[in-house]
Design a binder for this molecule. Structure first.
Ligand SMILES: [Zn+2]
Ligand SMILES: [Zn+2]
Length: 131
């Protein structure tokens, strides 16, 4: 069983990061919890996800990305660096998307993919740019 100090430290660090892999989280808390191994951290975060204390962010599937916010919300994901941002799409937009989906249900948040500010538009064919 993880101690309260461990879960509190993990939660505080994740809230600061917003979204993080177990490895990133590990790097962020290892100063405060030098005794805690990466395997134990995996176990702690898996349990926290199970309990709904934290959530999972959309990822490329290669690694689990933890989300400080357990409730469903929308995301922007950079396809270059994998950076993840929380966004909040208006209901009208979600209704439009739902209209395309028929009986498939929008329920767990919408993911918009693109290039973040830091990665910038690459080469030609960047159709996503708008003011
Ligand atoms: Zn990026
Ligand atoms: Zn999020």
């Amino acid at each position: 069983m993880p101690t309260t100090i461990q879960t509190d430290t993990v939660l505080t660090a994740l809230r600061r990061l917003g979204h993080a892999t177990n490895l990133e989280l590990y790097a962020a808390i290892t100063d405060q919890l030098p005794q805690l191994g990466l395997t134990s951290l995996h176990r702690i975060t898996a349990r926290m996800v199970e309990r709904g204390e934290i959530g999972l962010a959309p990822s490329d599937g290669r690694q689990v990305v933890l989300d400080a916010r357990p409730e469903a919300h929308d995301h922007f994901v950079c396809t270059v660096c994998g950076g993840i941002l929380d966004i909040a799409l208006p209901d009208s937009t979600i209704d439009l998307i739902q209209g395309q989906l028929g009986r498939n249900l929008v329920r767990d948040g919408i993911v918009v993919r693109g290039r973040c500010e830091r990665c910038g538009p690459l080469g030609a064919g960047n159709t996503a740019s708008r003011k």
